[in-house]
Design a protein around this ligand. Structure first.
Ligand code: AMP
Ligand code: GLY
Length: 421
């Protein structure tokens, strides 16, 4: 089969590597891809916003199936657009992608279907929100409704910072805001829980934990993700039953009640307290960098699962995993998540040897005249697989130190909650 993957991050490189292990794959195209995906398949430099151009390319190349990596094209309706033209796509349609595209959409489902989540209020303007905030117990969490690349969430410790968040959101920092979400602050430990769904049935697709903050000890600014490990240490049979019965199943029922089907990966961002799960948010795709730690643990054929998912045939499939611990450290450009230099050479990269258990997924890289240049904030993902998180972390750090990239920085404490006790 000929497959196109949309996206250019570490997640998309990991997807490309994993599907290239399948006998069913003839050729993979990455739109637009990065320097890593270029060595597996063919990169095609098209804008993800330009659906017409993507369609023309897919049609001309006779591509059989499109896998959508990031959320933005899903929320903007690429699945509906391509399906109308009889192109098969792995990913949810625009209506159900609202699970990620609108936090208020998801909260309303939680309310109607009794899904455990933080208590919340929805407000229509600044004054109404300020009135609610008076004499509230802090901290409170204030959220912009729409996609904000992980930036539209404020955890506020006092009334001043709460008001500031409300003003920034209603003034349009994350796009036009007609509504705002105010939530109770949940205590506990976070966990990312994944399923793959074909619209009729779903299967669990492992767990992970990411580190979103830029600084050691989970401090400083939010980023796209500085590292992750899989599986989460929090998961157990009893917790998984609660997640499935109280969160995943009611959500998929809600989708069905809307006359819709969920096709693709579904990612539940959860808070776990005393072995009880609460939904923080949904994402309608794999996580990045969670994907880079989960896929190397997959024993089953990913492409086969994706094909089954697109033909409502997932029920027949058994998903098997290696019983190993996987850890990913993201090497970033100095300055990230604020401003950083672009087009910086990564001189030693081609000298780093990967093995079955240690490898690199590219993110913000491109090839230029046989050199590999850093073009993004998150540049390379160093992944290591072993029998324990500590060995995996040590080996990932070892590889980063070998690269010795002068323009890079990374967190050396990924997985600290499960390692440094
Ligand atoms: P979100 O984009 O909704 O995942 O929020 C980003 C991050 O903010 C989450 O990963 C949590 O660390 C934190 N967060 C969001 N909502 C809450 C909440 N109600 N209570 C505590 N932390 C939260
Ligand atoms: N790792 C967080 C995300 O993919 O949204």
């Amino acid at each position: 089969m000929k497959i196109a993957i949309l996206g250019s991050g570490g997640r998309e490189h990991a997807l490309a590597v994993q599907i290239s292990k399948s006998k069913k794959l003839d050729k993979v195209y990455c739109i637009p891809g990065n320097a890593g995906t270029d060595s597996i398949g063919k990169n095609v430099n098209l804008e993800l916003d330009n659906f017409d151009e993507i369609y023309r390319f897919i049609k001309n190349e006779k591509i059989d199936l499109v896998i959508v990596g990031p959320e933005k094209p899903l929320v903007n309706g690429i699945v509906d657009y391509l399906n109308k033209k009889n192109i098969k796509v792995f990913g949810p349609n625009q209506k159900v992608a609202q699970l990620e595209g609108s936090k208020i959409f998801t909260k309303k489902i939680c309310e109607k279907y009794n899904i455990p989540t933080a208590n919340f209020g929805i407000f229509k303007d600044k004054e109404e929100t300020f009135k609610f905030l008076q004499n509230r117990k802090m901290p409170l969490v204030i959220k912009a409704d729409g996609l904000a690349a992980g930036k539209g969430v404020y955890i506020c410790k006092d009334i001043e910072s709460s008001k500031n968040a409300v003003i920034e959101i209603f003034n349009g920092k994350f796009g036009k805001a007609d509504q705002i979400l105010v939530e109770e602050f949940l205590e506990g430990d976070e966990m990312s829980y994944f399923v793959i769904s074909d619209g009729l049935c779903f299967k669990s697709f492992n767990t992970a934990q990411d580190h979103k903050r830029v600084g050691e000890g989970d401090t400083g600014k939010n980023t796209g993700g500085m590292g992750s490990y899989a599986p989460s240490k929090l998961i157990n049979k009893n917790l998984e039953e609660k997640i499935i019965n109280r969160i995943i199943k009611p959500t998929l029922t809600a989708i069905k009640d809307m006359g819709q089907m969920y096709n693709g990966f579904l990612y539940a961002g959860l808070m776990i307290k005393d072995n009880e799960p609460y939904l923080i948010e949904y994402n309608v795709r794999m996580g990045d960098p969670e994907c880079q730690t989960i896929l190397p643990l997959l024993k089953s054929d990913l492409l086969d699962l994706i094909i089954a998912s697109c033909s409502n045939n997932l029920k027949e499939k058994n998903i098997e995993w290696f019983e190993k611990k996987s850890l990913c450290i993201v090497l970033c450009s100095k300055g990230y998540p604020e401003s950083y230099k672009k087009n910086i050479d990564i001189p030693n990269l081609q000298k780093i040897k990967s093995s079955n258990n240690n490898f690199i997924y590219h993110a913000g890289t491109k090839i230029s005249d046989n050199a590999i240049l850093a073009v993004g904030g998150r540049v390379l993902n160093f992944v290591s697989i072993s029998d324990n998180y500590l060995d995996s972390r040590n080996e990932a750090i070892n590889q980063i130190e070998k690269l010795n990239w002068k323009n890079g920085f990374y967190r050396s404490d990924i997985g600290f909650k499960v390692i440094d006790k």
